[in-house]
Design a protein around this ligand. Structure first.
Ligand code: ADP
Ligand code: MG
Length: 322
């Protein structure tokens, strides 16, 4: 993974709720811990990273928040990015026309992908050394991408846009971004998935879309929330046997308790087995591909709500595996 953190941009993708933000935070800690000036970027309404890392922040969209030890976070809202860009056109078009929502909607419809592409331009700017008064560029930008469909719209936008605007500054930027997204030395892709059939299917589809549209492969898939395999075959047989004859249960209350515990043990075991099958399915997909492509599991952390210490634990683990 050393090589993965050497890129300029890491895109963390996956279905909603699979742990993208958590993994982004862990990768951020890991990269910053290795001395890289790192910024993690959330998109749209998402603004969870500072609090997750124990730095509550009221920062506005578009404002970089320093979290300490070489780590920053930022939320960008594609609508606001487009508004700002339109208002910078200024001069030629009156503020009243630009400010109206119908102009905005018209522009969105006329230039599909503009919002997404301008958001990517903002990411690109973060990594540039010359950022004017905003200081030196970041070594690494980690994008906590929106859920799969929106993430693909974002990754597709430079090409869409280049096809619409053949000349002019935006066309130039679209080409530059397309090169960045296609370049394995500068841009990496991670998928986060849960070990369910649906989530794994979506990951496989995402991988296909990356191939079709950017000729890229996922650099790694992180299977999040992996359950421990607590019981071996013999222990399971014993559990089943106790379950069958209620042996060892004295009173009715104890019998009920025992039955519940056994059901829970079997359920956890079954879920773990489903996950193992899904990991095997992902690995089959990967076989025959580049050696760096990996499936790594991140354990389920038994906490009501994850905090800094839990994210640090995931960061340590990724650091050892990557
Ligand atoms: N490895 C894990 N173990 C336990 N809970 C986790 C783990 N990873 C994520 N979670 C929890 O799952 C929920 C969704 O995670 P989040 O990172 O917000 O997902 P996403 O950004 O993909 O929507 C959160 O409540 C988070 O605390
Ligand atoms: Mg999230």
């Amino acid at each position: 993974m050393a090589s993965l953190l050497d890129r300029k941009l890491l895109v963390v993708t996956g279905k909603g709720g699979v742990g993208k933000t958590t993994i982004t935070a862990a990768l951020g800690l890991l990269a910053a811990g290795r001395g890289l000036r790192t910024i993690m970027v959330e998109v749209g309404d998402q603004r969870r990273l500072p609090a997750l890392l124990g730095v509550p922040s009221e920062a506005e969209h578009g404002v970089e928040v320093e979290l300490g030890n070489g780590l920053w976070s930022l939320t960008i809202d594609p609508d606001r990015v487009l508004h700002r860009w339109l208002s910078k056109l200024g001069g030629r078009v009156s503020a009243r026309v630009l400010g109206s929502s119908s102009t905005f909607q018209y522009f969105v419809a006329a230039a599909p992908g503009a919002r997404e592409m301008l958001s990517l331009v903002e990411l690109w700017d973060l990594s540039q050394e010359q950022r004017g008064r905003r200081g030196a560029g970041y070594d690494l930008v980690i994008l906590d991408a929106p859920a799969t469909g929106h993430a693909l719209a974002m990754l597709r936008s430079p090409r869409t846009f280049a096809a619409i605007a053949r000349v002019g500054p935006l066309a130039g930027q679209a080409r530059k971004l397309q090169k960045l997204l296609e370049d394995p030395a500068r841009c990496g892709y991670l998928a986060v998935a849960l070990g369910t059939e649906l989530a794994v299917t979506e990951t496989i589809e995402l991988q296909q879309a990356l191939r079709d549209e950017l000729a890229r492969d996922l650099d790694a898939t992180l299977l999040n929330g992996a359950l421990p395999q607590r019981f071996d075959g013999e222990e399971l047989a014993q559990i089943e046997a106790v379950g069958a004859d209620g042996e060892g249960a004295g009173t009715n209350g104890e019998a009920a308790l025992l039955a519940t515990a056994l059901r829970a043990a079997r359920a956890v075991h079954e879920r773990g087995r489903t996950q193992q099958n899904q990991i095997a399915r992902l690995r089959r997909q990967r076989s025959g591909e580049q050696a760096s492509a990996r499936v790594l599991s991140v354990p389920f952390i038994f906490q009501p709500e994850l905090g800094l210490a839990d994210v640090e634990q995931i960061a340590d683990l990724l650091g050892r595996k990557l």
